[in-house]
Design a protein around this ligand. Structure first.
Ligand SMILES: Cc1cc2nc3c(=O)[nH]c(=O)nc-3n(C[C@H](O)[C@H](O)[C@H](O)COP(=O)(O)O)c2cc1C
Length: 186
């Protein structure tokens, strides 16, 4: 199968997650085309792909705006082909249950508003990339991270992504699309 992987990222962690997913999918003998949502032309021919994985990160409570544009534009195809959606954020790591619930709600709200029905939906912790932030962002992120018990060493970046969870989700996605393909060709 040929799988389209689309990511919306600001500091690169969602792209790194997509790369890991692509590696797993390719190791299973499938073809992958991975692209940033910022680089996808409006007339992109999605219907040449058998399935889609879409991921986006959260900044100030929102996904990159191009992610909604992409999903809305290709909604009909996304609702026909097997698809998965994941969110990358830090609130999913919070000590506060209400914040973790709010983090999970980013994804469910996004697909609801977009009227998209992916088979799989997940939220992963991202990274705190102090070295990429300006002074003010570094200060704010340090305060938030300290409150949540994360590292305040601003001399380097800190990754919180659970790679086992990413691998599990990818394998689940492959199982789902394989089952759907078998049912379709029966
Ligand atoms: C300015 C800024 C705002 C952020 N806002 C949120 C937020 O509202 N909720 C959240 O859970 N995480 C928030 N984060 C954490 C990011 O989602 C996290 O760093 C993620 O790994 C970014 O992914 P990316 O590198 O793919 O852009 C924020 C990070 C930054 C730098």
């Amino acid at each position: 199968m040929h799988i389209l992987m689309v990511y919306g990222t600001k500091e690169g962690q969602t792209a790194t997650i997509i790369e890991r997913m692509a590696q797993i999918v390719r190791n299973q003998g499938h073809q992958v085309t991975a692209c940033s949502v910022k680089e996808i032309p409006a007339a992109f021919a999605t219907d040449t792909f058998d399935a889609a994985m879409v991921g986006g990160s959260i900044h100030m409570g929102a996904y990159p705006p191009q992610l909604r544009t992409f999903v809305t534009r290709h909604r009909d195809w996304l609702n026909t082909a097997p698809s998965g959606f994941f969110t990358v954020c830090m609130a999913i790591q919070s000590k506060n249950a209400a914040e973790r619930d709010a983090a999970k709600a980013y994804g469910s709200r996004f697909v609801e508003v977009a009227q998209w029905h992916p088979q799989l939906i997940e939220t992963f912790a991202g990274a705190v990339k102090y070295t990429q932030y300006n002074f003010i962002t570094r200060y704010i992120m340090k305060r938030i991270t300290k409150r949540e018990g994360g590292s305040t060493d601003t001399a380097r970046d800190h990754e919180y992504t659970d790679w086992d969870a990413v691998a599990r989700f990818t394998r689940q996605f492959l199982e789902t699309i394989t089952q759907m393909e078998e049912a379709r060709t029966k």
